[in-house]
Write a protein that binds this ligand. Sequence first.
Ligand code: FAD
Ligand code: UDP
Length: 767
Amino acid sequence: MSRFARDHRVLFVEEPIHNDTPEPWLDVREDEGVLVLVPRLPAGMDGEAAVTAQRQLLDRYLAEEGVTDPILWYYTPMSLGLSGHLRGALVVYDCMDELSAFHGAPPELVERERQLMARADVVFTGGVSLYEAKRTLHPNAHAFPSSVDIAHFAAARGIVEEPADQAAIPHPRLGFYGVIDERLDIALLDAAAAARPDWQFVLVGPVVKIDPADLPHRPNIHYLGPKSYDDLPHYLAGWDVALMPFARNESTRFISPTKTPEYLAAGRPVVSTSITDVVRGYGDSGVVRIADAPEDFVASVEAALADAADPERLRATADHVLRDMSWDKTQGRMKTLMEQARQRGRAAPPAHRPTPAIHPAKHVNGRAAGRRSGFDYLIVGAGFAGSVLAERLAAGLNKRVLLIDRRPHIGGNAYDHYDDAGVLIHRYGPHIFHTNAKPVADYLSRFTKWRPYEHRVLARVDERLVPIPINRTTVNQLYGLDLDEAGVAEFLKSRAEPVAEVRTSEDVVVGAVGRELYETFFRGYTRKQWGLDPSQLDKAVTARVPTRTNDDDRYFGDSFQAMPLNGYTRMFESMLDHPNIKVMLNTDFDDVRDEIAYDRIVFTGPIDEYFGHRFGKLPYRSLTFRHETVDREWFQPVAVVNEPSEAVPYTRVTEYKHLTGQSHPRTSITYEYPAAQGDPYYPIPRPENQELFRKYQALADNTPDVIFLGRLGTYRYYNMDQVVAQALAVYARLEKEEQQSRGLAAAARAFGSLGAEREVRVAGMGD
Ligand code: FAD
Ligand code: UDP
């Protein structure tokens, strides 16, 4: 603030103070070059009367000081009450939090924010999550994660003298400073303090909005009360680990805690709960340890205490992370954006202000994208993800869409076609549609009629074909028994091995049916399919296949199971039959990314490919399909026969006529051979891959002009219906953005442009 105050006259309007003054008056004091204006109001004056009084005080002061064209800088929309009537050079909304999520937030806050968004020329948000939440509300919003006064906090590295109230507290000390309110995870604090009575928890800061009696009280928790900004490094200096035990609730969803870089500047190891911006900004790169459950939190603190033994390394890491985070740099960037906003405001007379787009004019692929472009959307990938979104954008929002695919057909992996013998087959293996989501079935039903079909699979075990998922028939046939449902339940229970924590795909099955059935049906199949032992795969993989004790032999239990009556490709054709959609096949994204004009990209290919594999390749499993036509009417009794034995190189054989209902004197089948190389068909669910994906996800989060979608774009082992649901959800978001932006455009046209001179900062609640 003081640096800013060198070049500008800065007035900071504080919350009013009520006292026994008979008349409202304005208390003006100077603090580090900033003029702080504190309205003093008679006790009992509140509501509209108080707002009017503040407005008059401000007007009078500005008139006396000759301030005619201020820059209005808002920390909270509530300040519109006292200043909404002012006209100035520029309106800045510095949005620090999702204030409406705070306890006791005034109900009119949301409406006021809408008004402020309509007035603001530029919006700054205090973090990336907040930016994502607000950017749809304003065409010129920018994320400014917290900066840090590095020198101020780095001083802690050299401080040896202890503040008196901390000196007697033994080590190890785990410290937190900040407002103690509903954002703090009190239960976590209590549990960690209970688990480790030898650790001392030091909390610095005011207790606000919660009853101090509700805070945990233990001999090893020390509440030292609020301290000045100047004193904070002195407390930090004496902590072994700095903590951010924030609750994960509405009030913390968008926070980007300033104390993160401050703690780091002080050279402390930091442990935080999984606050989105902390995880993205510091957790993913390992600078801050992240844990939520008490036992994990305690373990992370232990690890952080070990980190503290190497202060040199800690400091070097922190310095590297903080190198671009000074307030000077932030201030410079903000000033540039303000100047640009001011020039734009000058250039356009009020009635002709440019209509805000969903996104500010920006460079896409190095080209200025603000100009009118050929397409509104370039969608990469014509599978379910890309095609559903193309249809919705074209038909629902009248957008012009270019849909491309590197393959010679639409439909992605669900593509089907008639082979040389005239049998309808699936080029990429059997696709059976099943869902519990009625909206998904309803949506697709606009483009196809359905053929009722319930999928049944048999597994070959010692030349016998038995039902999979395991059910009563499977058990009775394999073991020569005649058990009823209860008998089968008892049988499986007697064989199931207790598993303390079900983590892997092995745990799921062994815990349900025991080792023998696991080895018969799952171990070999999975090793072939994934090139990994089930113990190396996330539990979600084999958990897709249920275990039953009754006679139900359907592969899926969903409420809606059917095949598109005339095939998937016909359904996709009908979906994409819209004048706003242009489809280009045999076209790779790289072929067109710099050739064709578009405003926004939807990418449904592999996310790591989009980013040039910069963190390394995400692992995908591939398949080779051997398609055959045999000269007889039927090949096998059901659509799919699984081959769980490792002695057989393929995993399953599909005979399509069972799926499609086609009558034909011959029949076509497909063998599936798992492969490490080839087209990416399956993301491989295991923790290390998820971790790598998260890095790409973080990049994607910072690439707002590109929407990543689908099985490959979001690296999720999704079925078709889940991909459709994901695309519809993204569309719902885009539709909302569009509506807001249209409303915003109307509101923006109603406000005038602004000249420039001085600045008034209007503060208030929540800072
Ligand atoms: P895809 O269908 O993979 O579409 C992505 C498209 O993007 C592809 O066509 C690709 O060519 C294109 N592309 C990628 N990168 C680029 C680029 N750089 N430039 C241009 N184009 C690009 N789901 C079920 O619900 N039921 C089933 O029975 C079922 N069986 C399956 C069987 C197999 C063998 C496989 C592999 C999957 C199965 N699925 C099943 C899953 C189903 O295929 C997917 O959920 C669905 O197809 C995913 O749709 P998508 O649009 O996300 O991806
Ligand atoms: N699986 C198995 N044996 C089977 C069927 C499935 O081991 O007979 C395991 C295997 O790891 C497989 C996973 O369960 O990849 C999920 O099966 P699903 O049929 O859902 O696979 P998809 O159709 O996606 O290939």
